[in-house]
Design a protein around this ligand. Structure first.
Ligand code: ADP
Length: 684
């Protein structure tokens, strides 16, 4: 509603002002107007508003038209007929542009500009002038063709110059004013000043003798550089504003009987100026549109080339990591065959730009003797090759980072013994820096998401935490009150006081532990793996959920392996997995109407050097058809669910080389399992 009112007010004001400008730029009073802005303003308004709101623009223009033209003493039928022809011109132009242009309010390609020039600059004034001339001829008895001509030229010129200026002023002007750097503003200001000065001189405002000796007959050519510069630097918007400026200066000068057409009678002067400006505006606007189009195409091409270059770089990085440099070594370590991908660095003396395996041409030949080499991983490679050749191991493969002048690079090395009499081993080395960077990126995002989910889950357990904290805090309060009473006794019972204070200390510790657990759980830090007992992890989580279980009336039972269930893992991440599975189990039980309400956690060491954890519930079980979707991100069947919990569990367990799966329990409810490698010996 507010928008419609604003549009209506702006159109009415613009139209009203346009009529007055048209009347002012009329010289001398008996001749037709030089330019007639109301129609151009209406056309611009129609181009800027969707067709369903056009009626607002047309209706808003009516009072402005009546107010402006009644003062001229014309009869009402003529005033109304002229309004109808004005509207018809704007409508023909807007319908034509909308029909033929892909973006009606833009003039930044040759096609869009041509459509505009033809529809709004030629066809609309051409057709509507027949009606206009007929109305004027009938009511005022003027000559049909001279009215037609006068209207056609003035409306064509105004449409050409003003519509792009208004449309672009509205669509791009505010952004330009806000964002244009100082240098651009200064350039625009300079061009404006130059246009006014040169235009004034050309059209004889400043001197009554504009022509220079031997100069061209139409000195408007002096304006061309400025207009061209405006088109090149500021596109169609700059060009049309420049044309508006030129027309204003020209009409001013011509009204005073000066300028290049000074010798002509007034009506001829008007026509000559109009034709000149139309002829000038048409190619200039096209040129400006072509330039913008060209600039856009060039930048799109630039982007494409950049993309291609990037994808080339990526391709070569992938190829590089797929195409390792391979060397076949003899039993004594001599190179038998060296693939072409080995980087041949400049050797120990001059550090190469990118670290590689090559240390001069002799690196691989010399590896046996060269115990210390410049590359951090090289010593390890050398030692590994020796181990393989001496039969201590069959193969090695490892990834290692390497600092070089160009930053950190990652290499993947593999050494495999060849079980053939003449050959010793195959060494391959691939630059996997790009892959590593991508992996690190993914890992970082995964950690962010994991932490976010922990915060989300902690939010869900607020009631539980509040309940857990409440117990020690109430204990402290009760004990403190009792203590005050004991102090009042004479003499105070010191042994009771000591017992009370020690209870307060215990409660304080319990409250501190609750907060510490929450802080540990929410801490945002890099995962730190350590050898830990999953039984302990399960206990910690069950304790965290103890109050929640009471509040929701879903008891959690544990059935843990008697022996420690040892894994090498990040404690907080595993807590997160168990917590998520338990919360889901409790949700499921809450959903079910069955009499049994319990969630059970089992942990087991298996014979396959893996550990197995299972969380079972008595809920409704898994929904048919959802088995494949459960661990997908954003899959949820809960009204307030996020569907990220199980996806994160899978990524955490996957990162710990484990697997997670779900199945329905034969006795009802769902069971979520995960298994991961057990720690048999202390991890290296
Ligand atoms: P959320 O809990 O936000 O929905 P999850 O990834 O943790 O996200 O769970 C995804 C979906 O898996 C749940 O919406 C639910 O449909 C199903 N689901 C998870 N746990 C159970 C369970 N114990 N019993 C039945 N369905 C479950």
């Amino acid at each position: 509603m507010r928008r419609a009112t604003t549009t209506a007010v702006l159109v009415a004001l613009g139209y009203y002002a346009g009529v007055h400008v048209g009347l002012v730029l009329k010289f001398p009073p008996s001749t037709p107007s030089f330019v007639w802005p109301p129609n151009a303003i209406l056309t611009a308004a129609l181009l800027l508003t969707p067709p369903r709101r056009w009626w607002i623009c047309l209706l808003a223009a009516l009072p402005a038209h009546l107010a402006a033209e009644f003062g001229m003493g014309w009869p009402l039928p003529l005033v109304l007929a002229l309004f109808a022809t004005n509207c018809s011109e704007a409508l023909i132009a807007a319908v034509g542009v909308r029909w033929l242009s892909d973006t009606p309010a833009r003039f930044d390609t040759l096609r869009r500009m041509t459509v505009f020039l033809v529809a709004a600059g030629l066809v609309a004034p051409f057709l509507s002038s027949f009606l206009d001339a007929a109305a004027v001829t009938i009511v005022r008895g003027e000559l049909y063709w001279s009215v037609w001509q006068a209207r056609f030229f003035s409306n064509a010129l105004t449409g050409l110059m003003l519509v792009p200026a208004i449309v672009m002023g509205v669509t791009a002007g505010p952004a330009w004013l806000r964002r244009a750097p100082g240098a651009r503003r200064a350039e625009a200001a300079l061009l404006t000043v130059a246009l006014v000065l040169v235009g004034g001189w050309v059209f004889g405002l400043m001197t009554v003798h504009p022509t220079i000796l031997g100069g061209p007959v139409t000195p408007i050519v002096f304006l061309l550089p400025i207009i061209l510069l405006a088109s090149v630097r500021f596109g169609p918007g700059g060009a049309s504003l420049c044309m508006v400026g030129t027309s204003v200066v020209a009409v001013w000068a011509a009204a005073g009987g000066r300028g290049p057409f000074a010798g002509l009678p007034p009506a001829e002067t008007v026509r000559a100026l109009q034709i000149l400006l139309i002829m000038l505006a048409t190619p200039i606007l096209c040129l400006a549109a072509v330039l913008v189009d060209h600039r856009r195409a060039r930048s799109a091409l630039g982007e494409r080339v950049h993309e291609l270059r990037e994808s080339e770089a990526l391709k070569s990085a992938i190829l590089n990591s797929l195409n390792p440099a391979v060397a076949v070594l003899g039993r004594d370590g001599r190179i038998i065959d060296l693939g072409s991908n080995w980087f041949r660095g400049s050797g120990q003396g001059g550090a190469p730009a990118v670290a590689g395996l090559g240390l001069g041409d002799n690196f691989l030949e010399a590896w046996g003797q060269t115990a210390s080499v410049w590359m951090p991983g090289a010593a390890k490679i050398t030692a590994s090759i020796l181990e393989v050749l001496h039969g201590a191991r069959h193969d090695f493969s490892f990834e290692y980072p390497c600092q070089s002048g160009a930053g950190e690079r990652w290499f993947a090395v593999s050494i495999v013994r060849l079980d053939r009499p003449e050959s010793g081993a195959v060494v391959s080395c691939a630059d996997i820096t790009s892959r590593k960077a991508a992996e690190l990126d993914i890992e970082r995002s995964r950690q962010e998401l994991t932490h976010f989910m922990r915060v989300f889950m902690a939010g869900e357990m607020t009631a539980s935490f509040a309940h857990e904290l409440n117990q020690p805090l109430t204990g402290i309060l009760t004990n403190a009150r009792a203590g005050l009473l004991f102090l009042d006794a004479a003499p105070p019972d010191l042994s009771e006081m000591r017992a009370i204070l020690s209870d307060i200390v215990d409660d304080g510790k319990r409250a501190g532990e609750v907060i510490q657990r929450l802080r540990d759980f929410l801490r945002k830090s890099d995962p730190q793996r350590a050898s830990l007992d999953l039984n302990v992890v399960v206990h910690e989580v069950v304790r965290m959920l103890a109050s929640d279980a009471i509040i929701r009336n879903v008891p959690i039972t544990v059935d843990l392996d008697e022996k420690p269930v040892l894994v090498f893992a990040d404690r907080v991440q595993l807590q997160q997995v168990v917590l998520n599975l338990l919360l889901n189990g409790m949700d499921a039980v809450a959903e079910s109407t069955g009499a049994r309400r319990a969630v059970v956690v089992h942990t087991r060491n298996t014979e396959l050097d893996t550990v197995h954890v299972c969380v079972e519930d008595c809920g409704p079980g898994l929904r048919a058809g959802t088995y494949d979707l459960l661990f997908e991100p954003f899959f949820t069947t809960k009204p307030t669910g996020m569907g990220m919990g199980l996806a994160i569990c899978r990524s955490i367990i996957g990162a710990h080389d484990g697997v997670i799966w779900a199945q329905d329990n034969p006795s009802g409810g769902a069971a979520f399992h995960f298994a991961m490698p057990a720690v048999t010996a202390a991890p290296a």
